[in-house]
Design a protein around this ligand. Structure first.
Ligand code: GLY
Length: 370
């Protein structure tokens, strides 16, 4: 068994640990007991349930806890009002009390929806995240963002509700296809590009091993990412400042995903990989960073198999006017002006308010044609 690591998310009374390593799921029963729970509502999806639900239920039963399994259809479409209502009713029907626990077992969709359910049921019950994708382990399970999608965009309905514990069991990464690993790896590179050039260099050197499923490299990638996210979230839990940097590449990415239609053809991390390339290209175009830096970032992304232009992504074609209009809906915008995360160099991301609209429109036009 590989070494386990514990990273604390320091949020005062809402602090919690992320346990990283092979087999950490087996500690769930004692951890749930220590939190005072008698019953756990396990929310998962149809893809993850056959792989991990039995083990999760077993360790809880062995610790004397009752369980209820609630299975969502897999895919982004489950972050809907309809599924939210169905899951809330199912959790209430199983008699969950305030001291009991919701367990989110799955990727980002499950974590976001289950966390939202936990945040509003009975005005808030505790929950544990058990992320089973690389993307969820390095990003979405940590930091307390929860929610569902609206007709107008992704994650527009939700709240901050921190988990009590995150169990990032790296054994769950073994069954992931390479596209899923790559999608998560985009977020690892992102932390390096934000403020940690050494992490970006590590990611550039170890991308191939991570995508080949090297267990030790993946565990290091998860631990380094969680430490990076812990620093940012502890400084700005509710995204009034530095946490916005975690959106590097995401404004472009969300626009690409909206254009692709959330039908599974374009994975979130694939869109983020391309979004980071576009953010560095646009930073260079506006004179914030050297052209050579943007080229270096794109070379590393391309070496890990990311498309660095929209035309290289699945789910297209991408219309520049549609991309701009999606970027105009972004949650970070203020006073009708687009906010972007741009960079002065590798590890030097910054929040750029009032992005010049005409320059952005021309940039998107050029990017969509290259
Ligand atoms: N995934 C971005 C954040 O948690 O703030």
């Amino acid at each position: 068994m590989s070494a386990r690591e514990r990273v604390q998310i320091g949020l005062g009374a809402r602090s919690y640990d992320v346990h990283i390593g092979d087999g950490v799921i087996d500690t769930l029963g004692q951890e749930a007991r220590a939190l005072g729970a008698g019953k756990c509502a396990i929310i998962t999806d149809a893809h993850v349930a056959p792989l991990w639900a039995e083990q999760v239920q077993r360790v809880l039963h062995e610790a004397g806890l009752a369980t209820e399994l609630i299975v969502l259809p897999s895919g982004e479409a489950s972050k809907s009002f309809a599924q939210f209502q169905r899951v809330c009713e199912a959790v209430l029907a199983c008699g969950l009390e305030r001291r009991d626990l919701v367990i989110a077992l799955g990727g980002g969709v499950v974590g976001d929806l289950a966390g939202f359910v936990a945040g509003v049921l009975k005005r808030g019950v505790d929950f544990i995240q058990i992320p089973t994708t690389l993307l969820a382990q390095v990003d979405s399970s940590v930091g307390g963002k929860t929610g569902i999608n609206a007709a107008g965009g992704k994650n527009l309905i939700g709240l901050f509700h921190q988990p009590r514990l995150v169990l990032a069991d790296t054994a769950t990464l073994r069954s992931l296809p390479v596209r899923e690993l790559r999608s998560g790896f985009a977020e690892v590179l992102k932390y390096g590009l934000i403020d940690d050039p050494a992490l970006f260099a590590w990611g550039a050197a170890h991308g191939a091993a991570a995508l080949a499923g090297d267990a030790a490299v993946l565990a290091q990638a998860v631990a380094a990412s969680v430490r990076a996210k812990a620093r940012i979230v502890a400084a700005d839990e509710r995204e009034s400042g530095a946490r916005a940097l975690l959106n590097l590449g995401h404004t472009f990415a969300h626009a690409l995903e909206a254009s692709a239609g959330y039908d599974g053809r374009l994975l979130h991390g694939e869109a983020v990989g391309c979004g980071m390339a576009l953010a560095f290209d646009f930073s260079a175009q506006l004179g914030f960073c050297q052209e050579t830096v943007a080229l270096e970032v794109k070379a590393v992304l391309a070496k890990s198999g990311f498309g660095v232009q929209p035309a290289q992504l699945a789910g297209g074609p991408y219309d520049p006017a549609a991309l701009l209009s999606a970027m105009e809906q972004d949650k970070k915008n203020e006073g009708g002006e687009i906010t972007l995360i741009l960079a002065r160099g590798i590890g030097e991301a910054f929040v750029h308010k009032r992005a010049p609209r005409q320059a952005l429109a021309a940039f998107l036009h050029g990017a969509a044609q290259s």
